[in-house]
Write a protein that binds this ligand. Structure first.
Ligand code: PMP
Length: 424
């Protein structure tokens, strides 16, 4: 006998003590009680292969011993002190990050969540440009705070009834009715039109995910970011790249924007930076960072424990070549998924990079296959595999495992998915 209260009781307590906005996947969700690298275990002792990594957070695996060792050692020595006193982990982390951040990006401001990092990036863009407006793209998700929710275009996450009007939302590169290149061209044209009609002087920055995560693993074509950057530069509008979900080796590069050979003006990072520890940052080069001189600090952002953990994360990624793992196993998974697409007409598209892949499911009439997506997730869960879902129609299977999986894990997921699709 164990002392776990069990799933039903947890759901009951959630209803009683959390807000009703807190949702969960699955008809009978398991109570997850333990994690070990790519595996999670429930209160009944059942083992699951985790193929969602808490939405691209646990890139280095659950309870990774090397990372835990760094966190615990720091926790036992010094947990927190105001940023006004000097401590070393935060500067060591900033220095280490400067070696892996794209181009000349070098300065970091640490906070705790992705929303906060994006909020700070927008503030920095406004301080630097002296302008106000923000451009964001359809299907995007940038956070839950007022401004980042205003910059979030996925309808289900736009909860505030009085969102900020300084954000203009333009079409992204996804269209059910057009090929990717054509939709991407149209997206650029629309961005240009908005800049012309409202005036370049009205926009400080455009914020964009290199691959839209919650929006449905929307992956722009190779040329898109270069042309977008040129357009923005011409209009003195900064490019903020939100790497909250795509960063830290997930796409086969340290940062997804590197797949597009573009250096953004500001980059935001969170999730996998802490491998489960709350830490995030917005980062910029000397020139842009120099616009932020007024005193500002986050109480817990980049605290010694979080910073020491992130240093261990960066070391682990490098030592274990996680970029290569994501690229190699991502290629294997993508090939397998493309084969399944040939066999199962329900799969309409496979997209993404590295180990951030999505399989879109559409019915014969072209409508999102949301119920089928749920059935597949349930089936995989029963088979001991936890997958994610996203997309506007909640009809995109999301493959975003910890980057410590093996070839066998990829093969297992493909064969179980095939079996479930055959029996659907
Ligand atoms: N940006 C992106 C791309 C995200 O996926 C998320 C969270 N899913 C956020 C920002 C917000 O991060 P947080 O929940 O840590 O505030």
């Amino acid at each position: 006998m164990n002392n776990y209260i069990g799933s039903a009781k947890i759901i009951e307590k959630k209803r009683e003590f959390l807000f009703p906005c807190s949702h969960h996947f699955y008809k009978n969700p398991p109570q997850i009680v333990r994690g070990e690298m790519q595996y999670l275990f429930d209160s009944q002792g059942k083992q699951y292969l985790d193929f969602f990594a808490g939405v691209s957070v646990m890139n280095c695996g659950h309870c990774n011993p090397e990372i835990l060792e760094a966190s615990i050692a720091q926790m036992k020595t010094l947990q927190h002190t105001t940023t006004i006193y000097l401590n070393q982990p935060i500067v060591d982390l900033a220095e280490k990050l400067s070696h892996v951040l794209p181009g000349d990006i070098k300065h970091s401001f640490f906070c705790c969540t992705g929303s906060e990092a994006n909020e700070g990036a927008i503030l920095l863009a406004r301080l630097y440009t002296g302008k106000n407006g923000i451009i964001s793209l359809s299907n995007s998700l940038h956070g839950r705070t007022y401004l980042t929710m205003s910059a979030t275009a996925i309808p289900m996450w736009r909860v505030d009834p009085a969102l900020d009007t300084s954000v203009t939302i333009v079409p992204n590169v996804y269209s059910k009715d057009k090929p990717l290149d054509e939709a991407a061209r149209d997206s650029l044209k629309e961005i240009e039109k908005v800049i012309q009609s409202k005036g370049a002087d009205n926009f400080a920055a455009l914020i964009i995910e290199p691959i839209q995560g919650n929006g449905g693993i929307i992956t722009p074509p190779k040329w898109y970011f270069k042309e977008l950057k040129t357009l923005l530069e011409k209009n003195k509008i900064l490019m903020i790249v939100d790497e909250v979900q795509t960063g830290f080796a997930r796409t086969g590069k340290m940062f997804a924007i590197e797949n597009y050979d573009v250096v953004p003006d500001i980059i935001t990072i969170a999730k996998a930076l802490g491998n489960g520890m709350p830490i995030s940052a917005f980062c910029a080069n000397d020139e842009i960072a120099s616009a932020f001189t007024k005193p500002s600090a986050s109480t817990l952002g980049g605290n010694p424990v979080a910073s020491s953990t992130s240093i261990a994360v960066l070391d682990y990624i490098e030592k274990n070549n996680l970029c290569e793992v994501a690229e190699k196993l991502g290629a294997k998974l993508k090939t397998g998924l493309l084969n399944l697409k040939e066999k199962h007409p329900l799969i309409s598209d496979i997209r993404g990079l590295g180990l951030m892949l999505g399989a879109e499911l559409l019915k014969e009439n072209g409508e999102p296959a949301s119920e089928e997506t749920d059935l597949i997730l349930e089936g995989l869960k029963d088979e001991g595999i936890l997958l994610g879902k996203n997309g506007l129609g909640r009809n995109v299977l999301a493959f975003q495992p910890p980057l410590v999986i093996t070839e066998d894990d990829v093969e297992l997921v493909l064969s179980k998915l095939d079996k479930i699709l055959c029996n659907l």
